[in-house]
Design a protein around this ligand. Structure first.
Ligand code: 5GP
Ligand code: MG
Length: 465
């Protein structure tokens, strides 16, 4: 197994030139808190001290664990980049926490925060090793950092341009130098990145919800292939139009992003609700009620219940103090985690024909446990509605997805999936439902996890990293 694991779903938040109430560190903290759902493994910030030396604070765990209040008040910088990280368990190492920093002997340097996953990591890693590079992490972000640091004497924007000509795959990123902050997005724009303003300060964030939470105003998205620089001269932008072609990750709408975020001008909440309501056409079972799998299935369940004119009941309680179970290392730990997380309200369920709605089915762990809990609580029938198509292909652009053999929707088991999950029927949303709900042309979205067609790699069937 390769040491180089995908960088995965992460959250970025950066502020340039903040001089309002509180300080830039507090704003970054609030922004990272708003993006906590994108990564709970580690959190970090990087900034320059008054001598122009680059400093960082980062650690394993949640944002409010890594940044005690006193620490935030002591950070004087008005320009900061921040990151929350979520990776597979194998690379859950403190050393991989971001931002990553490279500095010269005088402590002057650059810091980088990255969301996404490079696809030519292996080749670039070997090339850099042959050239004598020493690596300190097992993260592909270090490859980005190495190139940026090599080229930085030519200016930060030029360094980003030259690096973008070398690296492939998914990267939404922010980089900080002594007096400049540069945000850049790969030519496919796999992962989201937006630009906002807060007084005279500029903000870059993975999602618009983070702008809302700090009181910033949305300006626009950073475009695929765009390099936006914030510096003493204000904002400048360069595009790589020859290569740019949007392939925004459709799973951002399905699961990753917050429902109160907007991507490409589309409300994530509305998209999910619409997928749920389109799903109604395919549901054949006679039902008494719709139950969301909290919290990820809630919005789609609202749409489904509305379309089917059925009561929506919050009949599965989710313990809000328990985090993600998806990334536990073994199946039995994942199952125990899901069981600890959910408890059904027996009185509501007894004798009823229920549909439980979730956003996606990956390994099937959540659905299996929910089906079992609902049946034990006395449901007469349990039907499963999934607000996305069968998840069949690995993601190379930054999602933590298990090996093909672990994917519940992988053939040949697919025909008896309902039986193996323990439900009376399963209904999946159609890919066309997702495209209709998102309302963006399908060739501007990446749906490789559902189709096996990779925007920059073509069709790869059954190949799993
Ligand atoms: P399963 O339990 O079938 O393996 O995964 C599906 C459940 O996990 C759904 O409830 C969905 O909300 C959640 N999920 C889907 N993709 C991801 C992911 O990449 N990371 C995490 N943490 N959860 C996910
Ligand atoms: Mg879920």
């Amino acid at each position: 197994m390769s040491l180089w694991r995908p960088q995965d779903k992460c959250g970025l938040f950066a502020v340039y030139g903040y001089s309002g109430p509180g300080n830039a560190a507090l704003i970054t903290y609030q922004g990272l808190l708003a993006l906590q759902h994108r990564g709970q493994e580690s959190a970090g910030m990087a900034f320059n001290n008054s001598n122009g030396q680059i400093k960082y604070i980062k650690g394993m765990g949640l944002v409010d664990h890594v940044f005690p209040r006193d620490m935030l008040y002591s950070i004087e910088a008005n320009t900061i980049i921040g990151h929350v990280r979520y990776s597979t368990t194998g690379s859950s190492l403190a050393v991989n926490a971001q931002p990553l920093v490279a500095r010269s002997i005088d402590q002057i340097g650059i810091a980088l925060a990255h969301n996404g996953n490079l696809t030519n990591t292996r080749r670039l890693h070997d090339k850099l090793l042959n050239e004598g590079q020493i690596f300190h992490t097992t993260s592909d972000t270090e490859i980005l950092l190495s190139y940026l640091f090599r080229f930085k004497r030519q200016g930060l924007v030029r360094a980003v341009q030259k690096t973008m000509a070398i690296v492939e795959g998914a990267y939404s990123a922010v980089i900080l130098s002594k007096n400049q902050l540069v945000a850049f997005r790969d030519p496919n724009g796999f992962r989201p990145l937006v630009l906002g303003s807060l007084g005279k300060a500029f903000i870059f964030a993975s999602e618009t919800a983070a702008l809302d939470m700090v009181g910033a105003t949305f300006i626009r998205e950073v475009e695929p292939g765009e390099i936006v620089s914030a510096g003493p001269e204000g904002l400048t932008s360069i595009k790589m139009p020859a290569r740019a072609k949007s392939s925004l990750c459709i799973f951002e709408y399905v699961y990753f992003s917050r429902p109160d975020s907007e991507i490409n001008g589309k409300s994530v909440y509305e998209v999910r609700k619409q997928i749920g309501s389109l799903l109604a056409i395919s549901v054949e079972a006679e039902l008494d009620m719709i139950i969301p799998s909290p919290d990820s299935g809630v919005t789609a369940a609202i749409g489904l219940a509305e379309s089917l004119k059925l009561p929506l009941e919050w009949a599965i309680h989710r313990n809000p103090y328990l985090g993600r179970t998806f990334i536990e290392p073994t199946q039995s730990e994942r199952e125990t985690g899901v069981r600890l997380k959910f408890n059904p309200v027996e009185k509501l369920i007894k004798g009823k024909r229920v549909a439980v709605v979730d956003d996606s089915l990956v390994r099937g762990t959540t659905a299996r446990v929910l089906a079992d809990l609902l049946k034990k609580a006395g449901a007469a029938e349990v039907h499963l509605c999934i607000a996305s198509p069968p998840y069949r292909y690995p993601c190379y652009y930054g999602i933590d997805i298990p090996a093909a053999g672990d994917l519940a929707a992988m053939e040949p088991a697919f025909n008896c999936l309902a039986e193996s999950i323990g439900v009376d029927s399963i209904t999946f949303a159609k890919l066309s439902d997702l495209y209709n709900a998102v309302g963006i042309k399908q060739d501007r979205l990446c749906s490789a996890c559902f189709t096996g067609v990779y925007p920059d790699l073509g069709k790869i069937r059954g190949k799993v990293s």
